[in-house]
Design a protein. Structure first.
Length: 83
């Protein structure tokens, strides 16, 4: 993806093909169009609001996974025995 954004009118083709999954792709720049900045400014806050809960969930999940990895669990056999 980074290589696609580095293409210019002077150098429109990528130096090497890219393997994605089981397929190979050769890319070439046809045209480059600037995105309208006004449209982005209008929807920027909506995009942030939509992405924030997902990012928070991912961060929480990663944190809990890290805590579980560090945790030392000891099972007290005396409490498990039926009397």
């Amino acid at each position: 993806m980074e290589a696609a954004f580095k293409l210019t009118a002077a150098a429109p083709a990528a130096a090497t093909p890219f393997k994605v999954g089981n397929r190979w792709y050769a890319i070439r720049l046809k045209t480059r169009t600037e995105s309208p900045r006004a449209d982005f400014d209008k929807t920027k806050d909506q995009i942030k609001k939509a992405m924030l809960p997902k990012k928070q969930e991912e961060t929480l999940t990663a944190w809990v996974k890290e805590l579980r990895g560090k945790a030392k669990i000891e099972i007290n056999q005396a409490l498990l025995v039926d009397k």
